[in-house]
Write a protein that binds this ligand. Structure first.
Ligand code: ATP
Ligand code: MG
Length: 557
């Protein structure tokens, strides 16, 4: 797609320049996706992961999956496993290059010693509060810590004690010695190691000190031979420190990686950000990380999204240098687009109104043949039962039809999709005046496909056989956030749309009962649906509505 190439230009331009300048030996290109295993991946991560993976593919390069597991407090193996599963599902292949930042802890500590020996790092005793005070702000330079000029000897000794677990948690930190007056706050002697006596999910109790992200990340990239470290815009101000770390370590003087930032994905009417999604999960506001209302990869999968739809969406939004928000309707467009031809089209009735065809023989069942998807005859046909009693959608009947209503009303003839023409003769109501049944007659000469030169009717409606159809549970979804104006991190919980999930019962033709978990369908006129892998049973299949059929978003021409 030329269009997409334009949008990703600034990254590929930078890479092309590096290739022209022979920055990396043999034009090698090596990218990575570095998730922290502290939550499940969401659609924003898919954008970042697919970008890194595609760039590697485009340049015949390599792609690493690296868990940035440097913070033992929030991380867990459950997240490692889910992230691997989600990335594979998205079609991302890291081959044998699966890495863990924690496996570099020894090296990172040695590099810290190298910085101390070069007079570029010191152990600080200031409390966290004092450190904040000394840091200054955007308008005022910071003040140097009184511990900044400790001897190298003393620093080495203290760092050794930190490492050996001899100093209490939080009592000291190792800081880079750069410039407390720097206009860039990230260069004001940033902390590079902290003391934590927490068990790490993979190194267990081996370590009492843990590297800070900004120090660890460039080292992880450099150890792995990454050439282009693509990350989101909020790291732009951290780039000078990224470069400072690498330029001061002897091992990384050749072909150091280069950081390039791109805009984060934001979506309307939903919640992005692991921290917030985790809160929804922990407080049981949603049904786990894979709740179909979430834009986590596992939630989208359970909802019925396909990897292709997410890949195509990520391609289409492109990569920009400015943050912007994408309409969630655009994401929905791509699943409709993907399923339009792929998904079989079957009939369900979600709000049933009984129809009795009074001139149809009692006890008779005919199996009428229908295409599985008329857009793609190759998928073939299937058969559905038809008899004297059927259900139609309540909204397909009106007592007082407006002009241009061509479906059922008294005296009107409609086509039952794939079967016969019927005329509505009588409307039955209950004591409260609610319509509970229609009595119709059919014309035996109008059977679909019988070769009969059909007279014209303007309306075709879908239906299911009342006796041979089965009950199904349908989960209808609405946006997690109705209106995202004024949504903040503090008020998002109270802004969750209470109607974001509606559970109803419907009737489905027998063919629907064959659905396997995650199998997708278009239920005629009702939208695209996917069999829920968590709650569906053989007795009562559960279907998640992926999207309705109508789109409020149109692709640019
Ligand atoms: P969150 O902000 O949701 O908590 P994170 O950035 O803390 O996510 P990481 O595991 O550190 O989570 O993310 C791995 C990579 O995914 C990072 O390089 C990050 O820049 C990228 N990423 C995270 N969120 C988005 C987003 N919304 N759009 C694009 N890339 C993202
Ligand atoms: Mg983040």
């Amino acid at each position: 797609m030329e269009h997409t190439e334009n949008k990703t230009n600034f990254i590929t331009n930078a890479i092309n320049h590096d290739i022209a300048d022979k920055v990396y030996k043999n034009d090698r290109i090596h990218t990575r996706f570095p998730p922290e295993p502290n939550g499940y991946l969401h659609i924003g991560h898919a954008k970042a992961a697919l970008l890194n993976y595609r760039i590697a593919q485009q340049y015949n390069g390599k792609f690493n999956l690296r868990f940035d597991d440097t913070n033992p407090i929030k991380e867990d193996m459950e997240y490692v496993d889910s992230i691997k599963k989600d990335l594979s599902w998205l079609g991302i292949d890291w081959e044998d290059r699966l890495f863990f930042a924690s496996s570099y802890f020894e090296k990172m500590a040695n590099y810290a010693v190298e910085l101390i020996k070069k007079g570029l790092a010191f152990v600080d005793d200031l409390t966290a509060d004092e450190m904040r005070e000394y840091r200054g702000n955007l308008n005022e330079p910071g003040k140097e810590s009184p511990y900044r000029n400790r001897s190298i000897e003393e620093n080495l000794n203290l760092f050794e004690q930190m490492k050996a677990g001899k100093l209490p948690e939080g009592s000291r930190v190792l800081r880079a010695k750069i410039d407390m007056a720097s206009p860039n706050m990230n260069m004001r002697d940033p902390a590079i190691y902290r003391i934590l006596h927490t068990t790490h999910h993979s190194t267990k109790d081996e370590w009492f000190i843990f590297p800070m992200y900004d120090y660890a990340h460039p080292i992880e990239d450099a150890i792995e031979g990454i050439t282009h470290s693509l990350c989101t815009l909020e790291f732009e101000d951290h780039r000078p420190f990224y470069e400072w770390v690498l330029s001061n370590l002897n091992d990384f003087q050749n072909e150091p990686p280069r950081q390039i930032e791109f805009a984060m994905l934001n979506l309307t009417k939903t919640i992005l950000g692991k921290r917030f999604i985790k809160q929804l999960v922990d407080e049981k506001i949603v049904d786990g990380w894979d709740d179909p209302r979430l834009v986590t990869i596992s939630g989208l999968r359970r909802r019925g999204y396909t990897p292709e739809s997410i890949q195509n969406f990520c391609e289409a939004i492109g990569i920009a240098k400015n943050n912007s928000t994408v309409d969630i309707a655009m994401l929905e467009h791509f699943i409709r687009d993907d399923l339009k031809f792929k998904a079989p089209r079957l009939m369900t009735v979600l709000d049933p109104l009984k129809v009795t065809i009074t001139n149809y023989p009692e006890g008779q069942v005919e199996w009428v043949e229908l295409p599985l998807n008329q857009e793609d005859p190759e998928i073939g046909n299937y058969c559905t039962p038809f008899s004297r009693e059927i259900y139609v959608e309540r909204s397909d009947f009106l007592e007082l039809p407006p002009k241009k209503f061509y479906r059922l009303f008294s005296g009107n003839e409609v086509r039952l999709r794939g079967a016969y023409f019927v005329v509505c003769n009588e409307v039955i109501k209950d004591a409260a005046g609610k319509v509970i049944e229609l009595k119709c007659t059919y014309d035996p000469a109008t059977r679909s496909g019988s070769g009969f030169a059909e007279r014209k009717v303007k309306g075709t409606i879908h239906w299911v056989d009342a006796n041979l159809s089965k009950k199904v549970e349908i989960h209808l979804y609405d946006n997690l956030i109705d209106d995202d104006e004024g949504l903040t991190k503090d008020n998002f919980l109270e802004r969750i749309n209470p109607n974001s999930l509606k559970i109803i019962e419907g009737y489905a033709e027998p063919e629907v009962m064959k659905a396997k978990p995650l199998e997708k369908f278009q239920f005629i006129r009702n939208g695209f649906f996917s069999a829920d892998p968590k709650y569906s049973t053989l007795e009562v299949p559960v279907f998640n509505q992926i999207v309705s059929l109508k789109s409020s978003w149109k692709p640019e021409k």
